[in-house]
Design a protein around this ligand. Structure first.
Ligand SMILES: Cc1cc2nc3c(=O)[nH]c(=O)nc-3n(C[C@H](O)[C@H](O)[C@H](O)COP(=O)(O)O)c2cc1C
Ligand code: SF4
Length: 460
């Protein structure tokens, strides 16, 4: 296995076997001054794998220099971005790297409290995680010397709801607190107000994605310079991509940034299925990419330079047989339904866009419908607590503008392709068959408080 790659083909079968292959990063990290760990992370150029690509070392430093007595390490394992399965894949194949990364973060932040927030429905991953944690406990690794005293590290696994917003970091903290997947106000980021805060204690939290933590152990063991020999200057290291859609071999692939989208499709996906590629979505946060962007390199900045983004590296490939107006309708419906309605403009604007798209696809020839869609999504982000409506305001106009001709036709006798295939929410991956199992239900109706019930397990 290449250095810094974290997904072995067979998956790590035990903590001992993982250590034999990788070495003991946790033991080493616990002998290193936190400042040096942060310096190494900053030098490595590691960027968060949860979507925004924020520099990880800078995030850890912000929490480290905070003078608060109580801090928390929080793992975002709520993976809900359409077309993404990489965090669940890591949890299945190598939960050890994630746990080590989170324990190293706890050492740096001088805390005993780690929360792993995961969807209740991720049964296989939860069992794998709990088994792996038991192995760490058996090896006495859930103890660390903090302030000259040997202390137990408490790892809490919180199983939460299906909502897309569960993965939004401020909503994630509210789920852990039992409030539900409702993003807090925009000016309360987790590094300001963390978990179980009181007027006298802000309790800041380091919230990061599963893959981000899982990249840390190898950086500590092998060094920042070694990490930078992989990938590109702006996106160093390796990255895990989910590849889905009109290609011959869908799957989850660990690659080096710098590969082009065309290479990803041809080398890993074994090429387009039947027709030429027409559109590529990287989740639902970024502008659509077209066949003109196929030779763009995979990386945070390289994709941003062509107006797109890497997101959480889920690549959904659409060929010429797909209807872009139908895809746009499905995306608008998804964002509208998932909006939590705490900020009025978000729900209203996305609702206007979604129903205008329904009208358009019902063969309504009203010339103003396209304007209505754009106006709806553009007006959605106002005093927004989270990024969800911004996503719609970027992606939906980009689909309309990039595929103007398709939107200018009439939609008589249109056969509507199923929403679950167009915007996949994956519930399982059968690796031997390179097959994703998709959630086939319609996008859910408004959630009820009953849906938001959480359960917690503590392993310490
Ligand atoms: C609507 C929405 C959903 C999100 N879902 C996820 C998710 O499922 N997993 C994730 O890691 N980040 C998700 N994010 C991003 C998180 O808010 C946050 O940026 C991320 O966990 C930070 O981790 P990183 O620094 O490791 O990238 C989502 C953001 C938004 C706005
Ligand atoms: S911006 Fe939208 S999704 Fe985000 S908190 Fe407000 S209403 Fe909810």
């Amino acid at each position: 296995m290449k250095p810094h790659f974290i997904i072995p083909s067979q998956g790590h079968i035990s903590l001992n076997e993982y250590r034999q292959v990788k070495g003991n990063s946790l033991k080493l990290a616990r002998t290193i001054n936190p400042k040096e760990i942060i310096a190494e992370l900053k030098a490595s150029g590691l960027r968060g794998r949860g979507g925004a690509g924020f520099p990880t070392g800078v995030k850890w430093e912000t929490l480290y220099v905070d003078k608060s007595e109580q801090k928390y390490v929080v793992v975002n394992a709520a993976e809900g971005e359409p077309g993404t399965f990489k965090d669940r894949f890591i949890l299945r194949k190598n939960p050890y790297a994630l746990i080590e990364g989170a324990l190293i973060a706890a050492h740096v932040l001088n805390t005993t409290e780690i929360y792993i927030a995961i969807k209740n429905s991720f049964n296989q991953e939860r069992v794998r995680l709990e088994d792996a944690l038991r192995e760490f406990k058996e090896q006495n690794e859930l103890q660390n010397e903090l302030q000259g005293e040997l202390q137990d590290i408490h790892i809490h696994i919180v199983a939460g709801p299906e909502d897309y917003l569960f993965g939004e970091e401020k909503a994630l903290l509210n789920v852990i607190e039992g409030i539900g997947p409702l993003p807090r106000e925009a000016h309360y980021p987790p590094y300001e107000i963390g978990l179980f805060a009181t007027p006298n204690s802000r309790n800041p939290a380091l919230v990061s994605n599963v893959e981000t933590y899982a990249r840390v152990p190898d950086i500590i063991l092998k060094g920042a310079e070694s990490f930078r020999t992989l990938g590109t200057v702006e996106t160093p290291g390796a990255i895990i991509c989910t590849l889905f859609g009109d290609i011959k071999r869908p799957g989850v692939y660990e690659i080096q940034p710098g590969l082009t989208i065309r290479e990803l499709i041809d080398l890993y996906g074994l090429g387009p299925k039947e027709f030429n590629v027409k559109a590529i979505l990287t989740g639902v946060s970024n502008r659509v990419l077209t066949s003109l962007n196929l030779d763009t390199k995979i990386g945070f900045s390289s994709l941003a330079e062509v107006g797109g983004g890497l997101g959480s590296a889920g690549f959904m490939i659409y060929d010429e047989s797909r209807s872009i107006p139908r895809l746009t309708q499905v995306i608008a419906k998804f964002l509208y339904r998932e909006s939590c309605n705490q900020c009025t403009a978000c729900k209203t604007g996305l609702g206007i866009a979604s129903s205008a798209l329904d009208n358009l696809l019902a063969n309504n020839t009203d010339k103003l419908l396209i304007e209505k869609i754009i106006l709806g999504v553009k007006s959605a982000p106002q005093s927004n607590r989270c990024f969800l409506p911004v996503q719609g305001s970027i992606l939906i106009p980009s689909l309309i503008n990039s595929f103007k001709e398709e939107f200018s036709k009439t939609f008589q006798n249109e056969i509507l392709q199923s929403e679950y295939e167009l915007l996949p929410r994956m519930i399982d991956f059968i690796e031997d068959e390179n097959k994703f199992i998709l959630k086939q239900a319609e996008f859910k109706n408004e959630p009820t408080i009953e849906d938001w019930k959480t359960s917690e397990r503590i392993i310490s």
